[in-house]
Design a binder for this molecule. Structure first.
Ligand SMILES: *[C@@H]1O[C@H](CO)[C@@H](O)[C@H](O)[C@H]1NC(C)=O
Ligand SMILES: *[C@@H]1O[C@H](CO)[C@@H](O)[C@H](O)[C@H]1NC(C)=O
Length: 501
């Protein structure tokens, strides 16, 4: 007999031994280099061989990638004035770059999306457990001479999905990673607008088919209803993919989250998932495109979202969004009185890209949000919030509004009650100036900062963010320093000094 079959027999015996000494409902396997993985035993009792071979190793990292905004008509060297579409007529020096044009009103060339995924494949592919992918794969509709059509939105999404599949594996590959997609406001047609169910049959069946490898079969009906679903990424962790366009105040097909509205139905569904997860002791990450805020959500939707998720803060370990292109976080509590929360003045029609908008107003709004945490601070005990606090993570985009960016989260995969706790993230960005200056080589992303080192956060819990946010607005020297660093990261350093806070 070969050594490997000896090992196999030994392994099987071990498994049987462990199995027979464990409570029947749950089988825990402990490996030297991996955390424990719990299985419900009934299906597996007869198949210990399979069990040994299919124990997935958890690395404790996942990727969040968002807002690629791929534009097939992007033309390097074209004038920026033409939305990077027409080749320059005369020797203007300020033209579309080969991998995007930071700080300008242009979308991304497909090469930027590919170069980004290539970097992830080189540096991170083998260390990731799953991928959170929060939409806006298609371009904006800025150039009136090349109007976006439904088929363009679909074909760009097809193209980006193919790229993602080549990077993380198709359903046929044994090593493929779970990828969780969602719709962005540029992935629907027309822009921002989406109905529910049969009224939106064409679009919903297109994406159901396109993303079928990632949408569990038992979730197809909720997906066909409104493009939301839940998937299991490890035995104790689920990811809920929301269609935030039903909460989005730019979606002309919905008006609020009153009873019977698509948003209300989605929140009812969400609550059902969260209740089940709580009963099963499963942790949940929530993801979507548009982050909850009084700026982007209908008031009734924001209120219901906050009150729903607030009931499950022991299970909801993270909330991941994109859309705003700026690296920051928001904090919400029911105590903070949504109706009193300052609204951001809407400064211009062009809602999506924030290069020319008054950044100062957004920063003031965010700072006011942190200041209003006073209302959830106990006078005596100020290190923890006095009521459940939601942490909403907003990741910066691949689209180089500033510089292209992707984020890698680290989470607890140990056996304790902290399973799924976000421990920190590493923010990466690609210095496009360096890429343009170099004459060869692929686009490289580099580490911009980690939450541990820069902000001193020991984890990404509500308590940690509560303390950080309060510290930043306290007016102390240290608080001012953190606030300054935070703002610098919010507007990922671009070549253009107007973004430097
Ligand atoms: C980006 O690259 C340029 C060109 O190589 C360099 O001068 C600049 O310092 C870099 N910026 C950062 C923040 O690394
Ligand atoms: C912190 O910044 C605020 C506002 O810019 C300023 O008023 C305050 O004096 C600063 N605090 C310290 C200790 O420098």
């Amino acid at each position: 007999m070969s050594i490997s079959s000896h090992l196999f027999i030994l392994g099987s015996l071990l498994v049987l031994l462990i199995y027979t000494t464990q409570p029947p409902s749950l089988l825990l396997l402990r490996g030297a280099s991996m955390g424990p993985i719990a299985y419900h035993s009934p299906d597996l009792a007869w198949n210990t061989h399979l069990l040994v071979k299919t124990v997935p190793k958890k690395h404790g990292y996942f990727l969040h990638i968002t807002d690629m905004h791929v534009d097939d008509d992007y033309t390097p060297g074209a004038t920026i004035k033409s939305a990077c579409h027409k080749i320059k007529s005369s020797g203007s020096s300020h033209v579309a770059g080969p991998l995007g044009t930071p700080g300008e009103k242009c979308d991304s060339p497909p090469q930027l999306a590919q170069a980004t995924l290539d970097w992830i494949a080189r540096e991170w592919r083998d260390k990731l457990d799953f991928v959170v992918w929060t939409g806006d794969n298609a371009r904006h509709g800025w150039d009136n001479s090349i109007k976006r059509k439904r088929k363009d939105v679909y074909s760009t999404n097809q193209k980006v999905t193919d790229m993602i599949q080549r990077t993380f594996g198709s359903s046929h590959s044994a090593t493929s990673l779970p990828v969780i997609p969602c719709l962005g406001n540029n992935d629907v047609f027309p822009h921002n607008s989406i109905h529910e169910g049969a009224k939106e049959k064409d679009l919903l069946s297109f994406y159901e088919h396109l993303w079928s490898q990632w949408i569990p079969v038992d979730q197809r009906s909720s997906f066909r209803q409104g493009a939301y679903f839940v998937t299991t990424v490890s035995p104790h962790l689920q990811v809920v993919s929301l269609n935030t366009l039903y909460f989005f105040n730019r979606n002309p097909a919905v008006m609020n989250c009153n009873k019977g509205s698509p948003g209300d139905k989605q929140l009812f569904w969400l609550e059902k998932q969260l209740t089940q997860a709580q009963l099963q002791g499963t942790k949940v990450y929530i993801m979507g495109h548009v982050p909850p805020s009084s700026r982007d959500f209908y008031g009734s939707c924001l209120k219901k979202y906050i009150s729903t998720v607030s009931k499950y803060t022991d299970n909801v370990m993270g909330q991941f969004f994109g859309h705003l292109n700026m690296d920051h976080f928001m904090l919400y509590s029911e105590q903070m009185k949504v109706q009193d929360m300052p609204f951001l003045p809407d400064l211009q029609e062009d809602h999506d890209v924030h290069t020319t908008r008054d950044i100062g107003a957004y920063v003031t709004w965010l700072r006011d949000m942190y200041v209003s945490l006073e209302s959830v601070s106990d006078p005596g005990q100020t290190s923890s919030p006095s009521s459940p606090l939601l942490v909403v993570q907003v990741s910066p985009s691949v689209l180089p509004v500033y510089w292209p960016a992707v984020r890698i989260y680290r989470y607890d995969t140990g056996e304790g009650a902290d399973y799924g706790t976000l421990l920190g993230y590493s923010q990466y960005h690609a210095n496009e100036s360096a890429y343009h200056a170099a004459s060869s080589g692929p686009l490289e992303y580099s580490l911009e900062y980690t939450t541990e080192e820069l902000y001193g956060l020991k984890d990404l819990s509500a308590k940690s963010y509560f303390q950080m946010a309060k510290q930043m607005v306290q007016g102390t020297e240290e608080g001012n320093r953190t606030w300054k660093a935070y703002l610098q990261n919010m507007f990922v350093q671009a070549h253009n000094s107007k973004f430097n806070g």
